[in-house]
Ligand binder design. Structure first.
Ligand SMILES: [Zn+2]
Length: 180
């Protein structure tokens, strides 16, 4: 009991320190925008959806992707079907996307697909450069590409998009399907 109380007080001290750091960071930059995603309908891809969210969280500071808490409306819904992976955005940070088995069965690296589709929700368009180093090159990079992280330019673009609280972005649809 004593140990437990001591641990609790240590935890409170740690939380207070983190709070101070967050508060001072907030002076220099805008508050982190949290976007909630619902992966409950992503079927066999729930873990890979989470991984895609974490990949973004490890590279950007102005926005965070978190699993939706019970009773809250998600910003992002993720589904799975037999088509191409694709994203339908309604506005910056909002929309839904599909983990499509067409690309999975072709052998595309699943975490790259999930991180890429979240990238559309975060305001990035497709850029079919063919380069594996570009997350948003999507299906234009070789099937063998296992890079599942945004490059520094892509991460900086997302940070810029979420720097201000409200920014108008038109609704879009993006499809992973390779060029014929
Ligand atoms: Zn795409």
């Amino acid at each position: 009991m004593v140990l437990r109380r001591r641990l609790l007080s240590l935890a409170l001290i740690a939380a207070a320190l983190v709070g101070v750091q967050l508060a001072s960071a907030g002076v220099a930059q805008a508050a982190v925008r949290v976007l909630y995603y619902d992966a409950s309908q992503a079927q066999e891809f729930v873990a890979v959806v989470r991984q895609g969210a974490q990949n973004w969280n490890s590279r950007v500071t102005n926005v965070r992707l978190e699993p939706v808490p019970a009773g809250r409306t998600p910003n992002i819904r993720v589904y799975a079907d037999n088509g191409w992976p694709r994203t339908y955005t309604t506005s910056l940070g909002n929309g839904y996307w599909y983990m499509g088995r067409e690309a999975v069965n072709d052998g595309y690296y699943q975490p790259r697909i999930s991180t890429h589709e979240f990238g559309h929700i975060l305001g990035l368009p497709d850029r079919r450069t063919g380069l594996c180093a570009d997350l948003m090159s999507g299906s234009s990079a070789p099937v063998s590409c296992t890079n599942a992280f945004p490059n520094s330019t892509e991460a900086a673009t997302v940070n810029n998009r979420f720097r201000s609280v409200s920014r108008s972005v038109p609704a879009q649809t993006y499809v992973w399907q390779p060029a014929a």
